[in-house]
Every structure is written in C-alpha cells, then in structure tokens.
Design a protein around this ligand. Structure first.
Ligand SMILES: Cc1cc2nc3c(=O)[nH]c(=O)nc-3n(C[C@H](O)[C@H](O)[C@H](O)COP(=O)(O)OP(=O)(O)OC[C@H]3O[C@@H](n4cnc5c(N)ncnc54)[C@H](O)[C@@H]3O)c2cc1C
Length: 414
C-alpha cells in the first residue's frame, strides 16, 4: 500500500497524479475463506480490518451486494458521541470514540474528525430534569459532559432560536463529540483491510446460507459458492433476511431514516445541535452545507428512500430551531434502512447457528459505533466468545429479559 504523505503527494504531482495505485484491489472470489463477512458497510469493513490487524486472521472476505459504503455507512449524518445512559453502552461507545481519535493516524487517512461538541437541548422543566439525570449518569460513567444554561447556549450557538414554540431552557454538551467524514471512514477501513490481505468483493450478493447440523458450511452468492467455517452477518437493515436464510429469527424491524443537506453557506454553526422535543438535529459540514436529520419514517421498508411526509415534518421541525434556514435551498435528500431492536441497543455476538456471528440492531445511531463494533466482533470471531465490552449485547437478552433500554439516548439523539 502506498502511504499518503506530503512527500508522496509531491512525488505524484510530478506525473500529474496519474500513477496512484487503486486504494484497494478487486480480486476474484476464492472457493474458501476462514472468515466471510456479509456487508461492506463500516461495521463489516472494521471487523475485517481488526481481524487482520489485531488477530492475524487474513483469509477473510467481505461480500457486498452493491458498493462499499453504499448502505447506511455512506448515508448517515456522521455524528459521533459517547454520552449514553447505561454503563454497558457508555463503556462501549467511549471505546469507539477513543478509536475514532486514534484511527486517522493508524489508517494513514484523514477522516476529518471534528470534535466540535454535541449539544442536547432541553425545552421544559421536565426536559431539564431528564437532561440533568442523563448528565449525571454520563459523568458517573467517566465520560466528558457539561451542563449548559440558556446563556451558555446563546454564546456557543448564536444562530439558534431560543424562543421558538418550544423555548430552550438549557441542555448538556459532550465536548469530545462531533462529526467524522463517513466516506473517508469507509474508504480508510477498506484500504487498511485490503493492505493486510482481506478480499473485498463488491457486486457480490449473498442469496443463500448453507447450514448442516446447526453449523455453517458456505454461502451462495451471485459470484458463486464460497465455503467458510465462520460467517459474520453485518447487514444492518437486511439482517433479518440473512438470519432467515440461516434459519433463525431476529427481533429487528427495518425502517427508512432520512437526512437532507442545504446549499453551502458561510460558517454559522460550529457544534452539533439535537432536540428530542422538536425531534430534529443539525450540524454544518466542512463544505458549509447544513446537514439536517429528524425522525424515521414510521413504516417498514427495504427501499432506500423515505416519504415526502416525513421529509416535510423534519424540515418543519428544524425551522423551529433555526427559522432563518427557510431561506436555504435543499440540495440533496436521501434515506437508509435502519435496523431497530426493541430496546434500541445493538445485537453483537454469537447466534444459535455454530460459526455464525452477528452485528446489527444499531438503529439510527450505529455510525459512532463502527470502530468498537468492528473491534469487538473481530475479537468475538477470533476467540469464539464475546468480547467483554459487548457481553450484554447478546441475542439471548430477548429471552432472558436483560434488556439495555437506551431509548432516551437513541432515536433523534444520533
Ligand atoms: C439518514 C441516516 C442518518 C444517520 N445518522 C447517524 C449519525 O449521525 N450517527 C450515528 O452514529 N449513526 C447514524 N446513522 C446510523 C448509521 O449510519 C448505521 O447504524 C451504520 O452506518 C450501520 O453500519 P453497518 O455497517 O452496520 O451497515 P451498512 O452501512 O448499511 O452496511 C450493510 C451492508 O450490507 C450490504 N448487504 C445487505 N444485504 C446483503 C446481501 N444479501 N449480500 C451482500 N451484502 C449485503 C448492504 O448493501 C450494505 O452495504 C444514520 C443512518 C441514516 C440512514
């Protein structure tokens, strides 16, 4: 792999940048791999990267039915944070945030990590109480957080309308939260995994899973049969379909989640702002676009598009907070299919089929989880037992009742 450095850029400039090698290969599919990962999104690619870099497992293939990052990993609003309520979640997401801080150097790729802070607004006394409780638990979990008064918020976000239909009374900030460029993350992980010998097979849809005596044998794909002893299902909104192919069920519902961006404007918003009451959030990209998100479409679907109704509801919600955005043109609008569990915590670990592992159920907030999701799934696959950080994220919790109800820290709180 040719390293990205100022010297290499200067060297390639001499040949008009025509001699850069592709960032990853496009290999033929082999007949057998030690580990096959279905899903070339962030979680699948991170799992492959950490299997190779931390466990020396390199006979690995990532099978992607479209193009790398074409699912939710390339469609999200890029917000990262670790201010979760329960200790299990906080430990996991803070590990992820620390990996985000480390990965640009490790992967030799500028991920455009911008720790500009994530601010959650409170619009009523009850909201303030809930925020205070959330803030206290975040602090007890050892994660950075700051309670904000209305005046503090006016200072850091002067473009925010504090006197909307839902007046802003205060809120809380995670200073280490922020955004990371999503295509950069996907490409960096793909390049890193490829350089360690992982085969990335795009346009390779899995159409069947062969299981004998409760043990995985192979997958059937549009590029032929591929045998394996270890298979990871990392397909977000399509996880239930794959689980059905393997003969078990998942408590996951798949729904479209939309986002939109405006035309670029000069810097006006240098933090990420979320409001559960108004049900919308916004940040400003490095290009100047205002990136806006809100609630999911309340219907089940596998189509990567949302309804006009939800688009309008989300647009109206953000105008409560920033009335002047009404002067901006919307440039793009899109959706992904998010995988929602009953307790809004992910499912990560072993499955009822020997040799099949799963990573899904991140719902509306699994982008921030990508580094730790990949690291812990790689460990789980390599050792055939759950990584300690994700022991509670097992599938059995839906039988035992040991749920981790992160409803308040999920949803519009990305
Ligand atoms: C609009 C929107 C905004 C969001 N904003 C945020 C945010 O700000 N912060 C945050 O933390 N999270 C956010 N999320 C959630 C986040 O994007 C996802 O949780 C995360 O990207 C999931 O990554 P993944 O790798 O599991 O899934 P994906 O990136 O969806 O990858 C799964 C891949 O599996 C492939 N696949 C499916 N079936 C098959 C098959 N049969 N064969 C081969 N391949 C298959 C798909 O093509 C896809 O590429 C948002 C999501 C959306 C849609």
């Amino acid at each position: 792999m040719s390293r990205y450095s100022i010297w290499n850029i200067a060297r390639h400039a001499a040949s008009g940048h025509r001699r850069w090698a592709p960032a990853w290969r496009s290999p033929e599919a082999k007949k057998r791999y030690d580990v096959v990962i279905i899903g070339g999104g962030g979680h699948g690619l991170a799992t492959a990267y950490f299997l190779a870099s931390q466990h020396g497992v390199t006979r690995v293939a990532v099978l992607e039915k479209g193009y790398l990052g074409g699912g939710n990993s390339g469609r999200n609003t890029q917000i990262i944070r670790s201010n979760y309520f329960y200790p299990e979640s906080a430990a996991f997401y803070d590990r992820s945030l620390k990996l985000y801080e480390r990965l640009p150097r490790e992967l030799n790729f500028n991920l455009m990590l911008s720790q500009r802070g994530v601010l959650t607004l409170a619009h009523s006394r009850h909201d303030m109480e809930a925020n205070r409780r959330w803030f206290n638990s975040v602090k007890l979990n050892g994660v950075d957080a700051k309670l904000m008064s209305r005046e503090d918020i006016a200072r850091i976000a002067p473009s925010l309308n504090l006197d909307s239909h839902y007046p802003v009374l205060g809120g809380f900030l995670q200073p280490r939260g922020g955004i990371v460029r999503h295509d950069a993350l996907t490409w960096a992980l793909a390049r890193g995994a490829d350089s360690l010998g992982v085969d990335l097979l795009q346009q390779c849809e899995v159409t069947g899973i062969e299981v004998e005596h409760d043990r995985v044998q192979a997958v059937q794909t549009t590029r032929g049969r591929i045998a394996t002893g270890k298979l990871a299902l990392v397909a977000a909104g399509h996880s239930s379909i794959l689980a059905k192919m393997a003969g078990f069920r998942l408590p996951v519902t798949s729904m479209p989640l939309q986002a939109m961006v405006t035309e670029p404007v000069k810097p006006v918003l240098d933090t990420v702002i979320m409001s559960g009451a108004v049900h919308a959030y916004a940040s400003q990209s490095d290009r100047g676009e205002i990136v806006i998100g809100g609630g999911a479409d309340m219907h089940h679907s596998y189509a990567q598009k949302g309804s006009v109704l939800t688009y309008r509801i989300n647009a109206r919600a953000i105008l409560e907070l920033f009335p002047w955005f009404s002067r901006l043109k919307i440039m793009r609008h899109w959706a992904g299919i998010v995988d929602i569990t009953p307790d809004t915590t992910a499912i990560l670990g072993k499955t009822p089929v020997e040799g099949i592992y799963i990573n899904c159920g991140w719902g509306t907030g699994g982008y921030k989880a990508i580094p730790a999701g990949g690291e812990t799934l790689a460990h789980t696959i390599a050792h055939d037992r759950p990584h300690p950080l994700v022991e509670g994220f097992n599938l059995e919790r839906f039988y035992t009742g040991a749920l981790i109800d992160e409803g308040a820290a999920a949803g519009v709180a990305h």
